[in-house]
Design a protein around this ligand. Structure first.
Ligand code: SAM
Length: 222
């Protein structure tokens, strides 16, 4: 019953806060037709990312984990016309679908999809600064992605990390799954990090039980 109810509430809220337009529907459909996994953010989560981006007046956004560019479209739409979005994707087939989806959304000038393992493409961004970083790729590397996000985000900027609860498995220290271990190491790392003020919120909805971490990057004086 819980899952049915969470899905019904998601649908109710999506209709009111985050209805998808034809571009977003087409992006999801393209991902489905290519057989990509159903692991994109939900419309409400996409809207949430947009609200965060607008809140920090983001001009430059970094995303780690593109898939078909569904979250990239939500984020790109929060940027001004001269904004910049870099999104990192390991799988060339995913990147190709994402590029087509971004072109359909009219965001191909603003958004750049970089192909490669993120731990190899992130060093190319050293010295650049972003207002918001969204971490949504492979979980075993989340601690390393967070270290990079912290380096690349300006003070006052935000880092959002998705899937940090994993249906509650995160509390099981005996779970040796690499994804769970990666997420647990990330929580330990962030808990001890003086350069960020953070919280983690559990979520339920059409995608089940999970959660995200939201970290505000502090300036040296804070
Ligand atoms: N952010 C997307 C959205 O909400 O629409 C979903 C991203 S999906 C959860 C994770 C993506 O990360 C997949 O497309 C996967 O191929 C990619 N990925 C996995 N390992 C990666 C790595 N080492 N470097 C970069 N991307 C990776």
């Amino acid at each position: 019953m819980a899952q049915e109810q969470w899905t019904a509430v998601d649908e109710y809220l999506v209709e009111r806060y985050a209805p998808e337009d034809p571009v977003l529907i087409a992006a999801r459909r393209a991902a489905d037709e290519a057989g990509l996994p159903h692991v994109a953010v939900s419309p409400l989560q996409g809207r949430y990312l947009q609200v965060l981006a607008r809140t920090v007046r983001a001009r430059r956004i970094l995303e780690i984990g593109t898939l078909a560019g569904y979250s990239t479209i939500w984020l790109g739409r929060a940027l001004p016309a001269d904004g910049r979005l870099v999104t990192l994707e390991h799988n060339p087939a995913h990147a190709e679908i994402a590029r087509a989806n971004l072109a359909r959304a009219g965001l191909d000038e603003l958004a750049e999809v970089r192909v490669g393992a993120a731990l190899e493409t992130l060093p190319e961004l050293a010295g650049e600064t972003f207002d918001l970083v969204f971490v949504d790729a492979d979980r075993p590397n989340v601690p390393e992605y967070f270290r990079w996000a912290l380096e690349l985000t300006r003070p006052g900027g935000l880092v959002v990390v998705d899937n940090v609860v994993r249906r509650g498995a995160v509390v099981d220290e005996a779970d040796l799954d690499a994804e769970i271990q990666g997420v647990r190491r990330f929580h330990e790392l962030l808990a001890a990090e003086p350069r960020a003020m953070a919280t983690a919120i559990q979520t339920v909805g059409a995608k089940g039980h999970d959660g995200f971490t939201l970290a505000l990057v502090l300036s040296e004086e804070e």
